[in-house]
Design a protein. Structure first.
Length: 266
């Protein structure tokens, strides 16, 4: 397909992400609803509030990407529920449990994704996932990290709270410990003293090392692909130039029509 043919495609109002990314957002949306339920049922447990905040950071980035790349930003924001995507990215406010219901606004995006994925052939989705294994693995690891940090925070709090000489006594301590451990930073300010707590720490550290390995391989794969396929860069530049020329031609036509209209009125 030539550059000209691609530019003749009808304009939509939403930028369509890859099926792999859409599946990632769909799963994260479902998980965010579970966290929202945890906030409503156990509002005193700050672990749910902090996990909700991290999820909302991802949702905010997702909204910014969709808004920036939308062919028509106004139509995306108003007609296709972009404002609901933004509303669903607002973190829950401690002390105001009902703000967790903001996450219900993300159902609009979930419905759009579900329709889009149903429209894709399963074979096509599998092919797309195989074409980008590093991306598929990275997004899977991110989802797993959210689940593991949440579960580890809740579990370590239960294991350590009643132990003698325990340093992890509150939900805030537990969440900080889980986040620091999975990133393999290991400040040492909070250390599990129970046997099962230390086993959990080993699991988190091992998974954290895996995350950085996957991230490194993902970046390396992208760099290698760009180096191996310079024609792709040229093609992208040509597409951008063609789009700019089309917009300039349209602007020129509008100016000429305006001049003709002014001439006839005189």
């Amino acid at each position: 397909m030539s550059v000209e043919d691609r530019n003749e495609k009808p304009k939509g109002v939403v930028y369509h992400h890859s099926a792999v990314y859409n599946l990632f957002i769909l799963i994260l949306t479902i998980f965010s609803l579970i966290i929202a339920a945890g906030i409503i049922i156990w509002p005193q447990n700050v672990i749910f509030w902090w996990v909700d905040f991290l999820i909302c950071v991802v949702f905010t980035l997702d909204f910014m990407i969709s808004f920036w790349r939308a062919p028509s930003r106004t139509n995306y924001f108003i007609l296709k529920g972009g404002w609901l995507d933004l509303l669903g990215a607002i973190p829950s406010v401690p002390g105001l449990t009902w703000t967790a219901l903001f996450r219900l606004a993300r159902l609009n995006r979930a419905v759009r994704i579900s329709k889009h994925l149903r429209g894709k052939d399963r074979v096509e989705f599998i092919y797309e996932a195989r074409q980008a294994p590093a991306k598929m693995t990275l997004l899977t690891m991110i989802i797993t990290a959210f689940v593991l940090v949440t579960a580890a925070s809740l579990l370590i709090l239960r294991l350590e709270r009643g132990a003698a000489e325990a340093s992890i006594k509150t939900g805030r301590d537990a969440f900080w410990w889980a986040l620091v451990t999975i990133t393999t930073v290991g400040y040492g300010d909070y250390v599990p003293v129970t046997f099962f707590g230390r086993v959990l720490a080993i699991v988190l550290m091992t998974f954290g090392i895996g995350i950085f390995a996957v991230l490194t391989s993902f970046v390396a794969a992208r760099v290698v692909n760009l180096q191996r396929d310079p024609d792709k860069i040229i093609e992208i530049v040509q597409e951008e130039n063609a789009a700019i020329r089309a917009e300039l031609a349209e602007l020129k036509e509008l100016i000429q029509n305006q001049e003709n209209t002014d001439g006839e009125s005189v």
